[in-house]
Design a protein around this ligand. Structure first.
Ligand code: SF4
Length: 295
């Protein structure tokens, strides 16, 4: 059976979807809307981004609630979480924190890891670039994952809490994972176009990979950007490559739109002419293959 492919007009259709998308409406539903005001400088942007992306599990309302609660525990200054001199107070404040299966003791360990890292290096970008230089995006993500999992710090910090290392999968050792949360973190740091933060300057936007959450995967599969029915790193590479053919310099700019088309209900994920009628990518959608719309 031939693989499903979008139409030759797909780049124009996708650009149209992007151009017409109501970013401001959907920003309020996205965790980046809470990260942006916290990101007053590079350090704050990285710390807010790491914690918010780590908490990006579940629906957007719950994620935003978790990010807001964490910021509240830091009295609105997230860099406090990784600054030295108050380890006991930080552990006390985080002790009862819960979001889905993520616990406060895991976040406290993450804070200790970052506190230790920042004693010697100014930015997580250095770690990413180190892996990226030899191993491309997957290499950069792998190095970031190793830093956050604190593989080299166990002697100093002691063993991590139960389930901690699984929060930071690497495409190098967990090919079944799309590594969505770390990939989302890197998107926030690198892209300097709205709504992202653009505080990292050494990673080209053309090299970014798509943070493949379930909404993005659903629409990417139905547009023929991947033939893979399950999310994995291979699916991330396929979707990113397909988007790179549309915009080689900034393929991931479509992530926010594809994601929030699903979250907002703009895409019903079924054939519904009332909703699908004005959809810019309907000619490319598997659900409408071979069908015409009569009004
Ligand atoms: S045509 Fe309908 S189902 Fe397909 S992507 Fe557009 S809104 Fe979603």
């Amino acid at each position: 059976m031939r693989a499903y492919r979008p139409s030759a007009e797909f780049p124009r259709h996708l650009e149209e979807l992007y151009a017409r998308f109501p970013f401001d409406r959907s920003l309020a539903d996205d965790p980046i809307s809470l990260v942006r005001p916290l990101a007053v400088d590079l350090r704050h942007a990285e710390v807010a981004g790491v914690f918010a992306s780590t908490l990006a599990i579940g629906n957007t309302t719950a994620i935003r609630g978790a990010v807001a609660r964490l910021a509240g525990l830091a009295d609105g200054d997230v860099a406090w979480l990784v600054s030295p001199g108050h380890a006991r107070e930080r552990a006390r404040r985080l002790a009862s924190f819960r979001h889905r299966w993520i616990r406060g003791d895991q976040l406290d360990y993450l804070a200790r890891v970052l506190e230790t890292y920042y004693r010697h290096r100014p930015s997580l970008e250095s770690a990413f670039v180190e892996g990226f230089t030899d191993g491309g995006f997957a290499g950069g993500l792998d190095e970031l994952s190793r830093v956050l999992r604190a593989d080299a710090l166990r002697g100093r910090l002691g063993p991590p809490p139960r389930g901690y290392r699984a929060l930071f999968p690497s495409p190098r050792d967990t090919a079944a994972s799309p590594c969505k949360r770390l990939t989302l973190f890197v998107r926030w740091m690198v892209r300097d176009r709205y709504p992202d933060l653009g505080v990292w300057r050494r990673v080209p936007t053309g090299e970014l990979r798509i943070p493949l959450d379930q909404h993005v995967h659903w629409i990417a599969y139905h547009l023929g950007l991947t033939g893979r029915r399950t999310r994995s790193w291979a699916a991330v590479e396929e979707v990113s490559e397909a988007l790179r053919r549309v915009d080689p310099l900034d393929p991931v700019k479509y992530d926010f739109v594809l994601c929030h088309t699903g979250i907002s209900g703009d895409c019903p994920k079924e054939r519904d002419i009332a909703v699908c009628g004005p959809c810019s990518v309907r000619p490319d959608c598997r659900l409408w293959r071979g069908r015409t719309v009569t009004t």
